[in-house]
Design a protein around this ligand. Structure first.
Ligand SMILES: C[S@@+](CC[C@H](N)C(=O)[O-])C[C@H]1O[C@@H](n2cnc3c(N)ncnc32)[C@H](O)[C@@H]1O
Length: 268
């Protein structure tokens, strides 16, 4: 059965959430602001992970608004203080009844990419919106991570081999590593209107914060990589490369896509 590859119970999760928050929250906030988000809104944050964006949404909607943050494993988000208008739920978006409806805004970052049922979940999320409400889906395109600088050609090949094997593990777990490039089309097909998207990417030098995402992901799945024939020596060399400032790789591009549920009675 497909399962979420990067289970939050693992020790590497703190490192993953810290990179996602520090490298991508600014872009995510900008995308969310484009919906007109403001006081009094009711928001659903699906697969909220470390909880930083759920807390930020709580600040934007103020005491008159409310934010529901869900996750199949919410322990990380639960470990940080939460405002009274932010509710945290253990919830599986593929199985459990939706935790409400008529939301002004539903947001999920890097969640549907992992779910084999992503198109069905997309329909569910659209159904959770009030007419005119906004869905914001943010997803990586893991197929565009060019190496921008490297000490030598063998370093490029090593990165591509180990990273490629990680992508294979994701696919085996039911993920779609290229989902980011398909999300706009899927949102249009789901009947959303005013669909737009922006993409954020940056350079990640060895030893920096962002590249720590590759470290956390790789260290968490070394057993699976070994089953694919990646040797311990290759993993060790890969991790050393991630610490080498002569090595620079493009970050995963984050596609932030927005769309609106049509108003009732509209022709779409
Ligand atoms: C890559 S992390 C992203 C976390 C957060 N959204 C962020 O961008 O920082 C994916 C999150 O989705 C959660 N998740 C995976 N499958 C889920 C499901 N079926 N229902 C709800 N959450 C799920 C995971 O536990 C994890 O916290």
């Amino acid at each position: 059965m497909a399962r979420y590859l990067f289970d939050n119970a693992a020790v590497q999760t703190a490192g993953r959430f810290s990179v996602l928050e520090s490298r991508y929250d600014t872009a995510s906030r900008r995308a969310l602001e484009r919906t007109g988000l403001g006081p009094g809104w009711r928001c659903l944050e699906v697969g909220g992970g470390g909880g930083s964006l759920g807390d930020w949404l709580g600040e934007q909607v103020g005491p008159e608004g409310a934010v529901t943050v869900t996750d199949i494993e919410p322990a990380r988000a639960a470990s940080r203080p939460r405002a009274a208008n932010v509710r945290l739920l253990r919830h599986d978006i593929t199985r459990d009844p939706l935790p409400g409806d008529g939301f002004d805004l539903v947001h999920a970052r890097l969640v549907l990419l992992h779910l084999p049922e992503r198109l069905r979940v997309l329909e569910l999320l659209v159904g959770a919106l009030r007419p005119g409400g906004w869905l914001v889906l943010e997803e990586f395109d893991c197929g565009w991570t060019p190496v921008l600088a490297a000490p030598d050609d063998s370093a490029v090949l090593l990165f591509e081999r180990v990273h490629g094997s990680l992508m294979t593990l994701l696919e085996k777990a039911g993920a779609e590593p290229l989902w980011g490039r398909h999300v706009v089309r899927a949102m249009l097909r789901a009947g959303l209107t005013e669909v737009t998207a922006t993409t954020y990417a940056e350079a990640w030098p060895g030893g920096g914060t962002g590249i720590g995402l590759h470290r956390a992901n790789t260290e968490q799945v070394t057993a699976g990589l070994a089953e694919l024939g990646v040797t311990t020596a290759e993993v060790d060399a890969f991790l050393a490369l991630l610490a080498d400032p002569r090595f620079v790789v493009n970050s995963y591009p984050l596609i932030s896509a927005l769309g609106r549920r049509p108003e009732e009675g509209s022709s779409r």
